[in-house]
Every structure is written in C-alpha cells, then in structure tokens.
Design a protein around this ligand. Structure first.
Ligand code: AQP
Length: 332
C-alpha cells in the first residue's frame, strides 16, 4: 500500500477546540508534507481520555477535528486519515511496549508532571503511560518522521529509546523515527501568559481557536500581554512580542527582519491589530471549508472507514511481527 517514499505519522487529541498552536505547530506542516511522504494522520481519542472527557462532547469533537483536518487541507486521497480507537492495534502494541518501558523514564516526562498538576484530582495510570501509547502509534506504521510541535520532542525521544531497546533484544523490528519540528510555529505561547504554551484545554483569552470568529480573534489579540517597552523587535525578555512576531511570521510567511522593518516606529496597539487581522484572514478561509465538511456526515464517515481500513492493514503487519518476536503463538 505504501511506496518508496518515507512515512510520516502524527495526530491530535480531540480534547478541546483546536488552537493556532495546533495549527501552526502541526496541521499546517502536515498539509505540505502529505505531498512528499506516505502520510498517516490520526485523531488520537485514546489519548484524550487520559483527562476526563464528557462522552457526548468527545464524540462530537472527534468529527469536528476530522472536518478541521480536511478544511486545513489534508486530503484523504493523499493521506490516511483515521480515528485511533478504530484501529485496535494501537492499544495492543502499547501493552507490549509498556513491558519494554521503564518506570523511571516515564517519571521524567514533563508533560506528565504538567498534566498531573493541572488534573490533580485524576492522576491516572493512562496519563503516566501516555508516551507508551504514543510510541505505539508511531512505531506501528514504521514512521521515519513525526511532525510535531516542540512540546512533543521529549515523547519522541522516549519513542526512539523504546524502539532501540526492542530492536536491541529482538533484532530490527521498528524504524527509528525522527522528530520534525519547524522553527517558526514550533512553540506558540499563550497570548495572555506568554511564558506558557498555548493549549486547547485552556479556554481563556490566551488561546486563539481555529474556529473562533473574526471579532473574537481580533479582540483576543488586542488584549495580548506584551511589555512596558514599545519596540517591535524580537529579543530576549520580550516573550509577548516575540510570540506575536512568531504568529505573524507563521501566518504571513514574512521573516522576523521583514516584520521588524514593517512595524518600525509603530506602537504595540497597531501591531496587535495587524497580527489579529492576518490571523483572522487565514482562519476565516479554513472556517468556510470546515462548515461544508462538518455538514456532510456521510463523507466524514466514509473518510473514517477508508482511513481505518488502510491503517489497520499496515498496523497488523507490524503487530504480527512483534507478537512473533516476543514469542506469542500464532493463532491457528
Ligand atoms: N502551543 C503550541 N505550539 C506549537 N505546537 C503545538 N501543539 C500543541 N500546542 C502547541 C502541537 O499540536 C499537536 C497536537 O497536540 P495534542 O493534541 O496531541 O496534545 P498537546 O501537545 O498536549 O496539545 P494541546 O493543545 O496542549 O492539548 P491539551 O490542552 O489537550 O493538552 C502536537 O504536535 C503538538 O506538539
């Protein structure tokens, strides 16, 4: 099914309204990469339940994320697009890999520490073993490259460690994947707390959602936190302005130097409006397409069905190999 091209895998959790962090850090890059690589893009619902979800919302959001994937430009004719829970091999390989992952290495994951603090009432085992499931997602498809935001780099490193450990014991089984992180957009910060990553589970004004309407987007940017200086210049200590420059750069395609020259002598107020408008223009186009996709349930179902059939076929091949290597008897 796959050809000689290299393979990429990535996914997003349907755990909230997708933000421009998810878009610039992941989705936007996926769209360009799908022409060059064998591409698998997943909606990782198994990961989403590591934080308590309202079932009806999760169901609805899973379809919304699928519609958004397509609205952003993922093409089911070019990429395998599927829902994680539709391919049982993810959970199955995760169990096996969990037996080749050390408690100590999972304890060092910063996302586990962050999410445990945020969800102190529900520090469950799934939250702890999240990176093992992520390793299974990637290794099942023998992915060469994983296009993610900067925040997922540590999870990629543990995936590589698990794969190398397994290959070391049983011989070549898994491709060792590389992270693929863009310099511009790889880490978008909250616009109200620019030292904190923008996250879809933070619903305040710090996160700009892909589906926010134009007025909301511009209002959020107008309120963005900056500093007491007034120079639009990318430099240390100016977290708020640096973040806005990054966002503007990612949406407009302009370099930092070009942006600094464009806004020389301008105040922060004008710059914030320009960033808001540029962002709203780009997201408006996506939203128009989204409205078409989300209203066509038959098409969404067809994409999910085809995607999971193709993904299952590939995943089974790796899982059978792993089962054989660890010594499981083949089902007669
Ligand atoms: N702020 C960000 N800047 C750049 N990239 C980002 N990503 C997330 N936030 C930013 C990238 O989006 C992809 C999907 O991430 P995920 O849904 O698997 O989980 P996450 O990294 O935990 O994303 P969120 O938005 O912070 O979700 P919640 O709030 O549910 O935890 C990944 O490639 C990620 O790097």
């Amino acid at each position: 099914m796959l050809n000689d091209k290299k393979t990429i895998f990535s996914g997003i959790q349907p755990s909230g309204n997708l933000t421009i962090g998810n878009y610039l850090g992941s989705l936007k890059n996926w769209v360009t990469l799908q022409d060059e690589y064998n591409s698998l893009f997943c909606i990782v619902d198994l990961h989403a339940i590591t934080v308590r979800q309202i079932p009806a919302d999760l169901r609805k959001r899973t379809l919304e994320v699928l519609a958004l994937y397509m609205a952003c430009g993922l093409d089911p004719e070019k990429s395998i697009i599927f829902v994680q829970s539709h391919v049982p091999a993810h959970a199955e390989l995760s169990w096996v890999l969990g037996c080749y992952t050390m408690f100590g290495e999972l304890s060092r994951m910063t996302q586990f520490k962050d999410k445990s603090e945020k969800n102190s009432q529900n520090v469950n085992a799934g939250l702890f073993t999240y990176p093992v499931l992520m390793a299974a997602d990637i290794l099942l498809y023998q992915a060469d490259l994983v296009p993610v935001g900067e925040d997922q780099k540590q999870h990629l490193e543990i995936t590589r460690d698990i794969a190398e450990r397994f290959n070391g014991v049983y011989g070549d089984t898994f491709t060792i994947p590389e992270p693929f992180i863009r310099k511009v957009g790889g880490k978008i910060m909250s616009i109200s707390e620019p030292t904190k990553k923008m996250s879809k589970s933070d619903s305040g004004d710090g996160s700009v959602c892909i589906l926010d309407d134009r007025d909301t987007i511009i209002r959020k940017f107008k309120r963005a936190v900056t500093d007491s200086d007034c120079e639009i210049k990318f430099s240390e200590g100016k977290d708020g302005i640096n973040n806005l420059i990054m966002i503007y750069s990612a949406f407009s395609g302009k370099t930092t130097d070009e942006i600094e020259a464009e806004f020389m002598g301008n105040g922060y107020g004008n710059f914030k409006i320009a960033v808001g408008e540029c962002c709203a223009d780009a997201l408006g186009k996506i939203k128009d397409k989204y409205n078409l996709y989300i209203s066509d349930k038959a098409q969404l179902e067809a994409v999910m069905r085809t995607g999971s059939d193709k993904a299952s076929y590939l995943a089974r091949k790796t899982l059978s190999k792993v089962y054989r290597k660890v010594g499981f008897v083949t089902k007669p």
